[in-house]
Design a protein. Structure first.
Ligand code: DGY
Length: 322
């Protein structure tokens, strides 16, 4: 680390252990109120700062990046996703950008599995029934749901999280199928069946789990046309990004019964969730909790700081994306 401490703006409240380490090594500007900064506020708060530790809730679009004070040389995001950052604008502006891959793989795969089970087994519907004191007793036909064991799981995006979910799903004797740009190298597929064509994956996906980044190519990848290609009664889960799903189309398919259920942890326009999801009994909804364990959030913060430490020591940050 250099002898003079860089000034680091941390845009959201982070776990205590992360803020403590940041304060040990940087002159930190914290956000104890944990309010989201809009572009002009970010510019003001970043005045004179050398770097920003940002989060997925910050919108670092072209205008926000162009508005950053000259002093800012690096943005380390506390997320694996970088869709909230205009990377081309960052490159143009000469900013270093890093993310936090690997450390949230297990936690996010766990939530994908939770969504699969919760949606398939009508967990939130049952929970609501009990809380509303509406349960009149066990019956042989009450709230019959979808069995997960032995079904086919289709994974869109067989990266770290997709592969980890596949490993967990094998414990349920699920048959794993995936769609990627390229097949996994020998030895990494662990029996998962590659589909070079998305339609061919959809046709065999009793359960479909989305694990692709939000890019112009994946925008609304799940839409009326692609949903129609899923087997009737399929279950869809999303721990990737809301933009990958066309909400209107998904809600329509959940209403007609084309899809049995959906488990969603991410939404377009968060935290403003499409109200149609709230009215449906066959949705299992979480507020973007994929990486929300103490261990994972600490690890994400430490990883972001490792990247900044490397940058300010003149080394190449391990997770540099720009
Ligand atoms: C990420 O890291 O991209 C998550 O969505 C935020 O936890």
């Amino acid at each position: 680390m250099p002898t003079t401490r860089p000034t680091l703006l941390i845009t959201r409240r982070l776990p205590q252990a992360v803020e403590d380490r940041a304060a040990r090594d940087y002159d930190v500007r914290l956000n104890p109120e944990d309010t989201a900064y809009d572009g002009p506020t970010l510019t003001r708060k970043a005045e004179g700062a050398d770097a920003i530790l940002a989060c997925a809730s910050d919108r670092l679009d072209q205008a926000a990046i162009e508005g950053l004070p000259e002093s800012v040389r690096a943005v380390a995001t506390f997320s694996v996703g970088v869709d909230h950052i205009d990377l081309a604008a960052a490159k143009e502006r000469g900013l270093m950008v890093s993310n936090t891959p690997d450390v949230l793989t297990d936690a996010t795969a766990d939530v994908a599995l939770l969504l699969m089970l919760g949606a398939a087994r009508r967990a939130s519907e049952g929970d609501r029934m009990i809380r509303a004191d509406g349960w009149t007793g066990w019956t042989p036909t009450q709230m019959l749901a979808t069995h997960m064991t032995g079904k086919r799981l289709g994974i869109v995006g067989m990266g770290r999280i997709g592969r980890t979910l596949a490993r967990r799903a094998r414990a349920f004797d699920m048959e794993i199928h995936y769609h990627n740009r390229r097949p996994l190298p020998d030895g990494e597929a662990e029996g998962a069946i590659f589909h070079g064509d998305l339609d061919s994956l959809l046709a065999v996906s009793d359960f479909l789990s989305l694990h692709c980044p939000a890019t112009p190519e994946t925008n609304r990848l799940l839409n009326a046309e692609t949903i129609a290609k899923l087997p009737d009664g399929a279950i869809v889960v999303n721990t990737a990004r809301g933009a990958v799903v066309d909400d209107e189309a998904l809600i329509a398919a959940l209403k007609t019964g084309k899809l049995a259920a959906a488990g969603l942890d991410v939404f377009e326009g968060e935290p403003n969730v499409h109200p149609g999801y709230r009215d449906l009994a066959n949705t299992f909804l979480l507020p973007h909790l994929g990486s929300a364990t103490v261990e994972t959030r600490n690890a994400m913060g430490f990883r972001a700081l490792d990247n900044l430490d490397a940058f300010f020591s003149g080394r190449n940050p391990g997770d540099r994306v720009v």
